[in-house]
Design a protein around this ligand. Structure first.
Ligand code: GDP
Length: 609
């Protein structure tokens, strides 16, 4: 097969490291990938680079050839480097197989003109959580004003060609980025100044347009992987393989694209794959890779392989893969191995994700492209400053049935009748049904965009609810009538008062306490019609303020100062179970801790259960 590089002469039996590219949108991830594989291919010196399914393979020879100027050793220990093609997806970095990361090393791309951006930090946190090694590509150096292009040159050689101004600007920006990383608790340094690899992360300045720094990046990736991950990269026969994508391909039915991290896959191998409902047991019909790059590629034609050795990305065709779950491990049943055991193991990943669903049954519905991206999203939604509960999950495109499930929340908590669709398509039927039912769908391929959309939506709903309940809310207050404070005793009552506790707001129903023998009763006086201070109207008055209030009497229940109540009576807001609920759900942010304390005091006073 074209892709399977088996080099028996290498001293150590290492497999190729698997590399992912991450970073904020528009930093140049795609371009960087194009650059490291493209130019050479187009110039007809493919140098053994092979296009795989969802990945590009760079043989060691190619890497050495391109990094000649850096005077690297004549030999590399790893057979090559496997770079995952779809950049920027948390899902890939989050993919695991047998508990360890699928991605051995990552390139975190930062735009030198922009420094760290929100998604850089998101990627950074994910990499740290997963303990994944990474190298920072500080991209777009060619955008420094006055940059002289030095096509595909090592970065230090390119820097020598630059004017003092460019060098100064370069240094200034590098220092700034290093400071920004420091603020994230991370030590970084230009790779050629880095004396503590492992403790301090390396920065490689690059241009994905003119190729400066690309040799440095490639060599550093491979060398660093070789040096720090010998154990992890030691080839073993035990198959370690993860499903990247589930795709329908004309003429092949549902296929799975997999990363073979370790071991060998053969045509006819019996495999077990995690399914949405139950494990799938089937056997490999064919192992496919795309046609080599230099040949004219006819869409939909593949090369067939009898066997494929790690590390590689390949397409597997087999029967019964319709419900396979992307992001889960693929298991091969060896001779004498127990199918039942493998079935159980296959479903474990799915189970662990299912277990993160909120037990309360209240929450949003979350749909993602792979189990890995779903996990990343769930983790994010759980984090302390997000805290969005999840009641259901799905993998793959959003269908009508998913909308139905999300719709179950319409009656209970309208804001949760929502589908957060991460990096997946929504079928037309599903969208139509959602519109009809009033289920919201938010789509994004960046986690924090989903969150932002949802946040805005929640805010809108809260505002709406606030408006609906505005007449029912009662803020807590206790007022004392000032000596000589009676301005008008009825029609309407106007009093000078001191706000001795809580917050006084226009519209608040006011009552007084009446002790009758051993029990207390309440007498409603009316609602606060207006508040004034020095003849200026106020919407509210705070504890300690002295203001004039007008009390509009309740319909048909005219109360008079001096007859129904006197100067010794304290005026208290009349709260109820309902008014407290409204306060809790819609006005929580507007009320202080002291005011909550008063609410609980009044709760007892009014004997609200
Ligand atoms: P991605 O969203 O991270 O994949 O970014 P792209 O690879 O799509 O690049 C975003 C934009 O930046 C495109 O217009 C690229 O042409 C441009 N770009 C990417 N890398 C470089 C670079 O090194 N130098 C310059 N000048 N532009 C770049």
């Amino acid at each position: 097969g074209s892709g399977s590089v088996v080099n028996e002469e290498r001293e150590e039996n290492l497999r190729s490291p698997i590399c992912c590219i991450m970073g904020h949108v528009d930093t140049g991830k795609t371009k960087l990938l194009d650059c490291i594989r493209g130019t050479h291919v187009q110039e007809g010196e493919a140098g053994g680079i092979t296009q795989q399914i969802g990945a590009t393979y760079f043989p060691a020879e190619n890497i050495l050839e391109r990094t000649k100027e850096l005077k690297a050793d004549a030999k590399l220990k790893v057979p090559g480097l496997l770079v995952i093609d779809t950049p920027g997806h948390e899902s890939f970095t989050n993919l695991r197989s047998r508990g360890s990361n699928l991605c051995d090393i990552a390139i975190l791309v930062v735009d030198i003109m922009h420094g760290l951006e929100p998604q850089t930090i998101e990627s950074l946190n994910l990499l740290r959580r997963r303990n994944t090694e990474f190298i920072v590509a500080l991209n777009k150096v060619d955008r420094l004003f006055g940059w002289k292009k030095c096509k595909n040159a090592p970065i230090r050689k390119a820097m020598k060609q630059q004017s003092v101004d460019v060098v100064n600007e370069f240094n200034r920006r590098v220092t700034e980025v290093i400071t920004q990383f420091k603020e994230q608790g991370l030590n970084t340094e230009l790779y050629y100044k880095n004396r503590e690899m492992g403790e301090t992360f390396s920065i490689v300045p690059t241009s994905a347009i003119s190729g400066e720094g690309i040799p440095d990046l490639l060599l550093l990736l491979v060398k660093w992987a070789e040096k720090s991950m010998v154990e992890k990269l030691t080839y073993v026969d035990k198959v370690q393989c993860t499903v990247l994508e589930v795709k329908v391909i004309e003429g092949h039915g549902t296929t799975i694209d997999v990363v073979l991290v370790n071991g060998v896959l053969h045509e006819g191998d019996q495999i077990v794959v995690c399914g949405t409902q139950e494990p799938i047991v089937t056997s490999i019909r064919s192992l496919l890779t795309p046609q080599p790059l230099k040949e004219i590629r006819v869409k939909g034609t593949y090369m067939h392989h009898k066997e494929v050795k790690a590390a590689q990305c390949i397409k597997i065709t087999a029967q019964g893969l319709e419900h396979a779950v992307a992001g889960t491990a693929l298991h091969v049943i060896g001779p004498g191995e127990d199918v039942e055991e493998a079935k159980k193991t296959a479903m474990e990943d799915m189970k662990s994700v299912m277990s993160r669903i909120d037990k309360s049954g209240e929450g949003v519905y979350v749909q993602a492209s792979t189990l890995g991206s779903l996990e990343a999203l769930l983790e994010f939604l759980k984090s302390p400053d997000v805290q969005i509960p999840v009641r259901g999950i799905g993998i793959g495109p959003v269908h009508k049935k998913d909308i139905m499930k999300a719709g179950a929340m319409l009656e209970k908590r309208k804001e949760y009748a929502t589908v957060l669709a991460f990096d997946v398509k929504v079928t037309t039927e599903a969208r139509e049904l959602a519109d009809k039912m009033g289920v919201k769908i938010f789509c994004a391929d960046i986690i924090y965009h989903l969150f932002d959309q949802f946040k805005v939506y929640i805010k809108g709903i809260k505002e709406e609810k606030k408006k609906e309940t505005a007449s029912e809310v009662v803020f807590p207050c206790v007022l004392k009538i000032l000596p000589d404070g009676v301005i008008k005793s009825k029609d309407p009552i106007i009093l000078g008062v001191n706000v001795i506790d809580g917050i006084l707001k226009v519209g608040t129903p006011i009552c007084i306490l009446k002790k009758i023998e051993n029990s207390t009763e309440f007498m409603d006086i009316g609602r606060i019609g207006s508040i004034q201070i020095n003849n200026q109207p106020l919407d509210y008055a705070k504890k300690g303020q002295e203001v004039a209030i007008k009390i509009d009497s309740n319909h048909g229940e005219q109360k008079t100062f001096g007859r129904h109540f006197g100067s010794d009576d304290k005026l208290i807001s009349h709260i109820s179970r309902r008014s407290i609920d409204v306060l809790k759900t819609s006005y929580r942010d507007e009320i202080s801790e002291d005011e909550w304390k008063l609410v609980s005091k009044l709760e007892k006073l009014f004997k609200i259960l």
